[in-house]
Design a protein around this ligand. Sequence first.
Ligand SMILES: [Zn+2]
Length: 444
Amino acid sequence: MKQDWKPPRKQIGKPSRSLPVRVWGLLLILVALMITFYWGPHSPQTIAPDPPACHSSSTNQRQASQNDGEAQPPLPPTPPAEPEHIFTREIVPGDNLSAIFARLEISQVALCQIMAADESLLALDILRPGNVLTFTLDEKTRQLVRMELFVDAGKRVIYHRIDETSFDYEEILIPGEWRQQVLSGEIHGSFYNSAISSGLSDQETVTITDTFKEQLNFTRDIQAGDQFQVVRSRQFVDGQLTGQSRVEGARIIRRHRLHSAFLFEDGNYYNEKGESLARSFLRYPFKSRPRVSSHFSRARRHPVTRRMSPHNGVDFSMPVGTPILAMGDGRVSRVENHPFAGRYLEIRHGGRFATRYLHLHRVLVKPGQSVRRGQHIALSGNTGRSTGPHLHFELHINERPVNPLTAEIPTLVSIPKNKRKQFNQRVAELLAVMEQPENKIALR
Ligand SMILES: [Zn+2]
């Protein structure tokens, strides 16, 4: 029976290094000599929530405990100050939710109930080392009543127990303060490396290359000595960097050409003339015109649980195997299996747009892959908690879900007349920052 059970420890990103035999030998010697061993830093990675087997809970829970010691990095010890019914766990590389629940002797049933609540948010799919979970148990019954996920100083999610069978969630976003900064440099070797050495993050650099890719081939067109300037804003809460950042404006200064991109309030990038840099989006991620079986709603009655919960997307009824197309150019940011959302896919589309496609039968792309508008990315399905074959489709602008049927998406080639004045003002502000004496770049 024990052999049948496979500990759920699927990981995204780099798998944790397993130590070769001689290293273990060395380790033993070191221990014998009572030399302190420092467990070195791990590269950042995400951990997967499990997915737990949400039907047969008690067995899984017991077996998960039996498998505990196996290749799992130790969790930090509980600080003694914690009351006996509150537990805090910081996520470490190699962790997964199922094992954390098992270690704390919290039932896998409760985990499934939390995963069900998280279906509309999908926050537990992207846990990273450094995220912190706080569990609160009922002092008498020892039942889990609250779980808090601390993502960063600007973002927390709280899952509250509503009754015996379910949880709901509350997302707490602290706006904090966005600090602007100009980063610039000369390009030597690749743009990517030059951008990283100027202090830009990998994500920011990718946003810039994606934004300019329609007009600029970064391998062919860039010459040594070409320059770049980027206005970047980072979020701080109580003086702490949250990890949230955005590229507000960027210029690539080539020998005979200047390329500019300015982020506007609609989440899209435009050049100084107000022309969209992103190719327009498709309104629908498929060719056919399927029936809408459930609309976007801030509060709707869930068809399976009958509870009121937000419906952060639109459901299109369609047979399993219907081709799903990328709504716009972008990069695959997640491919996951969720006990309730099913097999799903998330694409980030430069600027401030993201799309999610849930309950898929099959995904045809990989995380990190760049996709083109209209590219065949998946086959629709009926996976996860679903009442019938359909596609649940979400559009996020500036990290918030919006109604994909009515939202303003980059279908426009340029800024409309009534927004022109506002846009010009925005461009003037960003250019003024770039042109400040300390940031100015000598144009050749
Ligand atoms: Zn749906």
